[in-house]
Design a protein around this ligand. Structure first.
Ligand SMILES: C[C@H](CCC(=O)NCCS(=O)(=O)O)[C@H]1CC[C@H]2[C@@H]3CC[C@@H]4C[C@H](O)CC[C@]4(C)[C@H]3C[C@H](O)[C@]12C
Length: 324
């Protein structure tokens, strides 16, 4: 499972957890402005906005999982198994293969207003990247500092939802995720009042009792509620360090520990990495299951006029700061 979230202080932050039982082999990939993008059904693009994100790079092509562009738009693909459906190629629309969706949007859009326009003429098609990488069943969150949307391509067509929370997990479809929040409107970061019933003396014996009932399990619907509650109540200073730290704490609320989610005999889904992009400044921060230290790649420290993909390995291994 995966979870994505946005956060706004002085700058705008966008990131996700990627939860799975194995890694595809990831890199932090920067697509500079003049790296030629060849779309399977939508022609070539020689110049575009620069993009940074986590990707599997296959034959020099960045298969992005999540990324931001230099204009502050962020986008992430999360599993949507059993619900995602992609169309055949039609004429008169932009036919974009599912694996091209992130580069297509981030290369051209500087805001969600522009994203909505492009989505009006897009058809997400079922062309696989290769035999080795068949279609992934995904849905997407796309955000700028003002708003977020969720895109779900299903058997009955493409759905574009306003996402007022700026969070996304996996199944069920987004309207159902939003609806189930109704069940939790009594939750509060404040201590509860005793409304139990006439004459029953009850005592708020512990801090944090206002959120009793917040689901603690790892299912995608529970993670949706938990990360939504954590995000909307989140409070931090405005500095870069305070904002990035708080962002990792928000996604920490849905962290998956090895052993708690068995997907097949002896195989466990874990949070392979957590990302936090400063979308305003073009910085990709991340940590991994095996490396809690935050590492970062700043797109503006690279030559963004280049024509070549720029890749950094994901740094693994715990870095422990011995004090004696
Ligand atoms: C596995 C991940 C989702 C994790 C998740 O959500 N886990 C919930 C499990 S649960 O099912 O909800 O329980 C997803 C997220 C993004 C995906 C890549 C997108 C680019 C590319 C698209 C190609 O078509 C296929 C290969 C490709 C590299 C994809 C591999 C894989 O599919 C990635 C990593």
């Amino acid at each position: 499972m995966c979870t994505a979230a946005t956060y706004k202080t002085k700058d705008f932050y966008f990131g996700r957890t990627l939860d799975y039982e194995f890694s595809y082999g990831d890199q932090i990939a920067i697509t500079p402005r003049n790296y030629p993008l060849h779309f399977r059904h939508a022609g070539d693009m020689e110049n575009h906005y620069a993009i940074i994100g986590m990707a599997h790079v296959a034959g020099d092509y960045p298969l992005y999982y999540d990324a931001i562009n230099e204009k502050g738009v962020g986008m992430a693909g999360l599993n949507f198994v059993g619900n995602a459906a992609y169309a055949d190629v039609w004429s008169g629309v932009d036919n974009i293969a599912q694996f091209e969706f992130i580069p297509w949007i981030l290369s051209q859009c500087s805001s969600i207003v522009e994203v909505r326009k492009l989505l009006g003429q897009i058809n997400i098609v079922n062309t696989p990247f290769s035999e080795q990488f068949p279609l992934a069943q995904l849905h997407w969150i796309i955000s700028d500092e003002k708003e977020s949307i969720t895109v779900e391509s299903m058997a009955d067509g493409m759905h574009i939802y306003d996402n007022p929370l700026g969070v996304l997990t996996n199944n069920p479809p987004f309207p159902q995720q939003m609806f189930q929040l109704n069940n939790y409107m009594h939750l509060s970061p404040k201590q509860p009042e005793n409304n139990f019933g006439n004459g029953i003396e009850l005592n708020a014996y512990s801090r944090g009792m206002g959120a009793l009932g917040l689901p603690g399990d790892l299912s995608s619907s529970s993670r949706f509620v938990r990360v939504a509650f954590t995000k909307v109540n989140s409070f931090s200073g405005e500095s870069e360090e305070e904002s990035v730290s708080q962002f990792f704490h928000i996604l920490g609320s849905v962290d998956q520990q090895r052993g708690c989610c068995e997907v097949s005999d002896g195989k466990y889904e874990i949070t392979l990495y957590t990302s936090c992009c400063n979308a305003t400044k073009g910085i990709y921060y991340y940590n991994t299951y095996e490396n809690h230290q935050i590492s970062a790649v700043d797109m503006h420290r690279e030559d963004l006029e280049s024509q070549k993909l720029i890749c950094y390995p994901v740094i693994q291994g715990e870095k422990i700061n011995f004090q004696n």
